[in-house]
Write a protein that binds this ligand. Structure first.
Ligand code: ATP
Ligand code: MG
Length: 413
């Protein structure tokens, strides 16, 4: 996969190639650049094609006046052009001034050459440009670093990380996505500048963390950079082991990362990162579920499925991840997973909503107020325990003869 560094041509996605050709036809220089070049050289699918050009934004707008062109980031010199349905971001060569706040350049200046534009980019692997006309422009040895699988800063690591702390998390995220090593000087810079992470906005931290956690090399990366990541959030001692055993779901992986926290504390961490409510609730539920006894009977399993709903399979996957595959607890969780599949395949009734009758039926029989909910819960208990079939007639008969008015064994508990 890491091989093409010696080649001097590269295949450009047709709409991006067309954008470059149109700019060149109008007398401007144009290159594909950044992530799309890196990913193409690695044989990875590429999701966004960025073009860097000597054309000023209004010149770019003129070149693409026949197409849909939107000045998406004029302050940064970016015009987005829709070609064959593909959005292509076209940005004028630029350099960045100083970064007094550690996260935004004080000013953006247009640059005279692609080389100057490449020198403001974060890592050598992201600072390679290519055009069919000029070939590769690779002043920092990015292709060689891609071939060796190394993440290295463009220029002095400490300077670059103190300009923009987000680069610290980007480095670790790329290590996790690409399975790359981090160069020695760059790693030193990461730790020396760790304090810069405080200046990064919660949303940007959360977005990088999510990409990092759901990437193929998350376990190794979190294991290696745990001390650095602990400046952002309380990474659990066994996070790497848990991550290595869990599928790439954001809920499971954030829960693994925070598994040493009490559920409430994990939720506070996620709230601080401004993650969405769904993730926050799910992680809290997964962590609290670990303190619950595992269901020992099929009715208990149906109750758990009813209670946790779509999260139940995640609860089991998460709990299993704490154990070695040969250990007795792992095997009992595996048995519950198989039984869960059977319950779901049989479509067993696990929730009041799945009962063959509903609240309106009970109201039709003269029940009212809280009695409706109470009766539904009792019927559900009876169906889950197998004392009643989940059939409309049977349930209505029972309500009519009021036998469900008796508290169930569960309620007495
Ligand atoms: P991906 O899109 O796969 O996450 P990418 O490398 O394309 O990776 P983008 O955020 O799309 O990342 O940025 C495009 C390019 O802009 C990068 O390849 C890099 O050259 C440059 N870049 C992005 N963020 C920074 C930054 N914080 N500092 C310096 N250069 C950056
Ligand atoms: Mg990109």
């Amino acid at each position: 996969m890491r091989s093409l560094s010696s080649k001097d041509t590269m295949l450009i996605q047709p709409p991006a190639a067309r954008a470059c050709a149109l700019l060149e036809g109008a007398g401007h220089a144009a290159f594909v650049v950044g992530g799309c070049v890196r990913d193409t050289l690695m044989g990875r699918p590429c999701h966004d094609w960025d073009v860097a050009t000597s054309a000023l934004p209004d010149e770019t707008m003129r070149v693409f006046r026949g197409c849909r062109a939107i000045a998406t980031g004029l302050r940064h010199g970016t015009v987005t052009v829709l070609l064959d349905g593909e959005p292509i971001e076209i940005t004028t060569f630029r350099t960045e001034g100083s970064y007094s706040d550690g996260r935004h350049p004080d000013g953006v200046r247009f640059a005279a050459s692609i080389e100057e534009d490449l020198s403001r980019r974060d890592f050598t692997m992201n600072a390679v440009a290519y055009s069919a006309r000029a070939g590769f422009v690779d002043p920092f040895g990015g292709r060689e670093d891609i071939a060796r699988g190394v993440i290295r800063c463009v220029g002095d690591a400490q300077t670059r990380f103190s300009e923009d702390g987000l680069r610290i998390l980007r480095a670790v995220r790329f290590a996790s996505q690409l399975g790359f090593d981090v160069g020695r000087g760059t790693e030193e810079g990461l730790y020396r500048c760790a304090g810069m992470l405080e200046r990064i906005s919660a949303e940007r931290k959360a977005s990088e963390l999510e990409k990092l956690l759901c990437a193929p090399f998350a376990a190794q990366t979190v294991g290696r950079f745990a001390p650095l990541l602990r400046t952002v959030l309380p990474v659990s001692a066994n996070a790497a082991a848990l991550l290595s055993r869990l599928p790439a779901s954001r809920t499971l992986r954030f829960a693994a990362l925070l598994s040493d926290c009490a559920p409430q504390d994990a939720q506070d961490v996620l709230r601080g990162l401004k993650t969405d409510k769904k993730l926050l609730t799910a992680v809290g539920t997964l962590l609290s579920a670990c303190a619950e006894p595992l269901p020992e009977t099929v009715p208990d399993l149906r109750r758990a499925i009813g209670r946790y709903g779509a999260l139940w399979e995640d609860v089991l996957a998460f709990r299993a991840a704490f154990f070695d595959e040969k250990s007795p607890p792992y095997r009992s969780i595996a048995a519950i997973r198989r039984e869960t599949e059977a319950v779901l395949a049989r479509n067993d009734c696990c929730t009041a909503a799945a009962l063959a009758i509903g609240g309106n039926d009970l109201r039709g029989l003269g029940l009212a107020g809280p009695e409706v909910g109470r009766t539904l819960r009792r019927l559900l208990d009876a169906v889950i325990d197998g004392r009643l079939p989940n059939e409309r007639k049977a349930l209505l008969d029972v309500v009519n003869t009021t036998s469900v008015g008796q508290p169930t064994s569960n309620e007495k508990r």
